[in-house]
Design a protein. Structure first.
Length: 165
């Protein structure tokens, strides 16, 4: 078999090539922002100190709820954009053809964020800043996992709709 046997033959097939897909910037950014904003509700109700002390403490401004809110919105929006980049990988572009697969990808992404970003990066980031509340590594709790899974569900569910607007 020659390499030509694996290449798309028609214009339509070429347009569907996973190597020619673009990054869904709008879907990732807007879905990331909305998912983060929605996730802030249970965080504020259950543990606002997570925002005012821990998240704001990442920037040396421990105790500021406003800084924690803004930083968390920025983080979630950027993580939504990163989700769009992940889904643009040629090996994963087929996922975007089914809503339920995008939803599942969002859930997995939320789980990965809870373990990697919150479980390891957050404590390592806070320690050199001398924050008063530095969690131990790994910082993975049921509540944090639930918040990140909620983020992932919303990110995955909303991603295709915001991209197609």
């Amino acid at each position: 078999m020659a390499i030509q046997d694996y290449l798309p033959e028609t214009e339509e097939e070429r347009a569907d090539s996973p190597f020619e897909t673009t990054v869904a910037l709008r879907g990732g950014t807007v879905a990331g922002f909305v998912a983060t904003a929605a996730t802030l509700v249970p965080i504020l109700l259950l543990d606002s100190a997570m925002l005012s002390d821990t998240i704001a403490g990442m920037y040396g401004l421990e105790g500021s709820l406003l800084v924690g809110l803004v930083a968390h919105l920025v983080h979630g929006t950027l993580f939504g954009l990163a989700f769009a980049f992940v889904l643009s990988d040629p090996g994963l572009t087929g996922i975007t053809r089914w809503w339920w697969k995008i939803l599942l990808a969002g859930i997995v992404y939320g789980l990965v964020l809870s373990v990697v970003a919150t479980g390891f990066v957050l404590p390592v980031w806070l320690e050199p800043l001398g924050a008063s509340t530095v969690p131990e590594v790994p910082f993975v709790t049921t509540t944090l996992v639930a918040w990140h899974v909620l983020y992932g569900v919303l990110l995955g569910a909303l991603f295709p709709f915001f991209e197609r607007m």
